[in-house]
Design a binder for this molecule. Sequence first.
Ligand code: DGY
Length: 322
Amino acid sequence: AEVRPRVWVSQPLFGDIVGRLREDFDVVETTQVGKHPPAEIATALSSSVGALVTLNDPIGAAEVANAPRLRAIANVGVGYNNLDVPALTAAGIVVTNTPDLLTETTADFGFALMMAAARRITEAERWLRDGQWRQWSFETMLGVDLHASTLGILGMGRIGQGIARRAAGFGMRVRYHNRSPLPAEIERECHAEYVDFDTLLTSADHLVLVLPYSRAVHHLIDAGALAKMKPTATLTNIARGGIVDEDALADALAGGRLAAAGLDVYEGEPAVNPRLLALRNVVLTPHIASGSLATRRAMVSLAVDNLIAALGRGPQAGHPPT
Ligand code: DGY
């Protein structure tokens, strides 16, 4: 019988889309959602030519040390800090991600999370469902405005720019900080002004984090950074949890040194810092910013295309070019 090269799919990902791989590959699909222990990842990769993985799957030199046939890893996601790209590249493995098609969906959600934090939407709903609303009152759940406020965007890539374009419609003034300023034409189009990191912290009424994670930005938003922010400001994180020191954030939120926060990502996710869970002025969502049905399907589809492009099709699929 024909032995077809194997592709590992690390978690259930729209079977109808992943099924396209079956034309050329023996697809090993994981049926349970969840994190695999490193040894399990290594075993799955050891017999594969390619893999479809997600942020649940940290992969580096150790995981591919016994995977002589592995030639491509397609990450379903734009962020790829789960992958040690230099180590994988050194091992001759192509790594791909899924940029662009999730930009607008993720920007929508970042805006929604910021608004929910500023206007206390989930807190107010919990309070109402709790039966606490006895009388309409003038002072119930007072929030902070978005219109006519200053939005600070940390990380002005595709998603940051998407949030900036939305902010113009809300009458916000947009400032951003990035490794380097954007071309003047894009700044004009986004109505955004480049400022240094400290100015961003001190002047933002609403600060949104949209930068890629790397060790260099680990706990970039720490107690010192939070202390520079206005006590009336909000902080929204749709990037990666490790960018924020969660204990310092909990201190600032509990101590009235920050009005509210909106978090979609956590350092130890799916575990959420219990101190954050105990606070009422933080909106907590389970890493769903790119999660519209259409976008999540498009991400899987692009990842499948990426894998096929890297591995080739037909009888020679998965074999290195000779
Ligand atoms: C991404 O794309 O990086 C999201 O965080 C996960 O889909």
